[in-house]
Design a protein around this ligand. Structure first.
Ligand code: SF4
Ligand code: SF4
Length: 470
C-alpha cells in the first residue's frame, strides 16, 4: 500500500547554531505555562551532552525498539522501565526578575536581575540549561559525556588539533514506526493518514508519560500544567495551507528542506527488523520512485491526491535521501524509522595555508580526501547509520564530488563535459549537480508542500490494533 509522508532534510554543513529555529518554534507553539522547559525544536553542539541530558543513553532511558528473533519489542518493556526523564534531566526552567532592574531604588551598585524558577516562582541558582554546552564541543568534560564518544575514545584525544564540532538541530522525526504511539495505553497518539504527521489527541491523553519513555529521541514533553503530553506537530496548520514549518522558514542557514515522499507501508515491520548495518539501505528501499507509472497508479488507488504525487516528484527529501543517497536518518538503530534526515557535515573543506598564504606543499589537492576531513567518519556513523561507515562515506564523497566539479569549471576552466567525470565516478549526472547546486549552495526552492485535500486515504494497516483513528 502506497502512503505519503511529509518529511524534512537538514544539511548540517550549513547550520550555524543560531537557535532561531528553536526560538520561532517556542514563540509559536510552547510559549505558555507547563511547557517552559519544552523545546520541540532544539539545536545541540556535537560532540556534546544533548537535550535532555545524554538522551541517546538508552540503557538509562529505555527508548526505541529492540529486534528480538525477528520480533520488534519496545525497549522499555524488555527493560521493564516505566519512568520518564526527571525534570533535572532537562533543566529547571528559569527566567530573570527583570522588574528589579527598573524598580530598584537608587543605589551605589548597578542592579542585577536574579534568576527565578519559572514553576515555583522562587529565586534559584542556575546550574544547568538546555544549551549549557553550546559551542563547547572541544571541552574535555562535555565531549566525553556524549554517548557517541565511546566509539572514538581510543583513537581521539582531546588535543586542540583533533577537536571538531558541528551543530545538530532536532525535532520529532514523525517516524514510520513510532515507539511513542505503540507505548500509549490510551491510544491517544496517531499518525495522520494523509501526511504521516504524528500527533497526540489532547482529549484522550491522561498524562501516563509512557510515550515520553518510549520515544528514543525524547521528543515528547509532559505538560505539568495540563497533565498531558505534547510534542512537535510539524506545524500541521501551516502544512495544510501549503506552507513549510516555522523552523524551516525562519532558518538562517537555509539548512532545512521539506517535501513529500511516497513509501510502501506494507514493508515497515520487515524494514525495522533488519540487522543494524542494513537499516539505512532498507529504509531507503521503502521510499518509492514518484515518477514510476505503477507507483503513481497505486498511489491514486490508495487515495493519494495528484497534488501530493506532483509534490513528491519535486521533493528535495526524495532526491537527497533516496536518489542521491546524501541524507541519513538519525540513529536508525532505534528502529522507529525516523523521517527527518541529515546530510552529514564535510567541514573543513579547505586545506592549510603556509605563512605566505600559499596552500601547504604536503597537500596535493585543495579539496581533501574523505579520510583527511576533521569530523571522524566513525563518529558520524555512530549518529547517522548505526555504525555503517560506508553509508557516511558514500554521502561525503558525493558532497566532495560536487565541489570538485564546480571548482574544475570555475577555477580550472574545464567544460561541463570534461569536469563531469568526477560526478560520474560517484554515480551523479550534470543535471544532478545543477539541482544540488540550486538546493544546497543557493538554497532556492527548499520546500514543496501540497495543500491539504479533503480525501480519505484509509487507516494505516500496521497500526490497526494500536493508535486511534482520527
Ligand atoms: S521522534 Fe519520538 S515522538 Fe516523534 S514520532 Fe518518533 S518516537 Fe514518536
Ligand atoms: S535556524 Fe537554521 S542555522 Fe540557525 S540553528 Fe536552526 S537549523 Fe541551524
Amino acid at each position: 500500500m502506497v502512503r505519503a509522508q511529509i518529511s524534512m532534510v537538514m544539511v548540517l554543513d550549513k547550520c550555524i547554531g543560531c537557535h532561531t529555529c528553536s526560538i520561532t518554534c517556542k514563540h509559536v507553539w510552547t510559549n505558555r505555562e507547563g511547557q517552559e522547559y519544552a523545546w520541540w525544536n532544539n539545536v545541540e553542539t556535537r560532540p556534546g551532552v544533548g537535550y535532555p541530558h545524554r538522551w541517546e543513553d538508552q540503557e538509562k532511558y529505555g527508548g526505541g525498539w529492540v529486534a528480538d528473533n525477528g520480533k520488534l519489542k519496545l525497549r522499555m518493556e524488555v527493560m521493564k522501565k516505566r519512568d520518564p526523564p526527571k525534570m533535572e534531566d532537562y533543566y529547571i526552567p528559569f527566567d530573570y526578575d527583570y522588574d528589579k532592574l527598573f524598580d530598584e531604588n537608587v543605589q551605589q551598585e548597578q542592579p542585577s536581575a536574579n534568576p527565578v524558577n519559572m514553576i515555583t516562582g522562587e529565586r534559584m541558582d542556575v546550574k544547568w540549561g538546555p544549551n549549557w554546552d553550546d559551542d563547547l564541543a572541544g571541552g574535555d568534560i562535555y565531549a566525553r559525556m556524549d554517548p557517541n564518544w565511546k566509539v572514538l575514545e581510543k583513537e581521539i584525544t582531546l588535543n586542540f588539533k583533533d577537536v571538531f564540532m558541528f551543530y545538530l538541530p532536532r525535532i520529532c522525526n514523525h517516524c514510520l514506526n513510532p515507539a511513542c504511539l505503540y507505548a500509549c495505553p490510551r491510544k491517544s497518539i496517531y499518525k495522520r493518514e494523509e501526511d504521516g504527521v504524528v500527533l497526540i489527541d489532547q482529549n484522550r491523553c491522561r498524562g501516563y508519560r509512557l510515550c515520553v519513555t518510549a520515544c528514543p529521541y525524547k521528543k515528547v514533553y509532559y505538560n505539568w500544567k495540563t497533565g498531558k503530553s505534547e510534542k512537535c506537530i510539524l506545524c500541521y496548520p501551516r502544512l495544510e495551507t501549503g506552507q513549510a514549518t516555522v523552523c524551516t522558514v525562519s532558518c538562517v542557514g537555509k539548512v532545512r528542506y521539506m517535501g513529500v515522499v511516497l513509501y510502501d507501508e506494507t514493508r515497515i515491520e520487515e524494514v525495522a527488523n533488519v540487522p543494524d548495518d542494513k537499516l539505512v539501505e532498507f529504509q531507503r528501499s521503502l521510499i518509492l520512485d514518484p515518477f514510476d507509472p505503477q507507483v503513481i497508479r497505486e498511489a491514486r488507488e490508495a487515495g493519494i491526491p495528484d497534488n501530493y504525487i506532483k509534490a513528491a516528484q519535486k521533493s528535495p527529501v526524495y532526491y537527497m535521501f533516496k536518489k542521491w543517497e546524501l541524507a541519513l536518518p538519525l540513529h536508525p538503530e532505534y528502529r522507529t524509522l525516523p523521517m527527518v534526515f541529515y546530510v552529514p557535515p564535510l567541514n573543513p573543506v579547505i586545506t592549510a595555508l603556509d605563512r605566505r598564504g600559499k596552500y601547504m606543499a604536503e597537500y596535493k589537492n585543495i579539496l581533501p580526501t574523505i579520510d583527511e576531513l576533521r569530523v571522524p567518519i566513525r563518529y558520524l556513523a555512530s549518529l547517522f547509520s548505526a555504525g555503517n561507515e560506508e553509508e557516511v562515506r558514500k554521502s561525503l564523497k558525493k558532497l566532495l564530488a560536487i565541489r570538485e566539479y564546480f571548482r574544475l569549471i570555475e577555477v580550472e576552466g574545464l567544460s561541463k563535459m570534461e569536469a563531469s567525470k568526477v560526478l560520474a565516478d560517484q554515480g551523479l549526472s550534470i543535471e544532478d549537480a545543477e539541482l544540488m547546486y540550486k538546493w544546497l549552495a543557493l538554497g532556492r526552492e527548499r520546500w514543496t508542500i501540497p495543500t491539504a485535500q479533503k480525501v480519505k486515504v484509509g487507516r494505516m494497516s500496521h497500526m490497526k490494533k494500536k493508535g486511534r483513528r482520527r
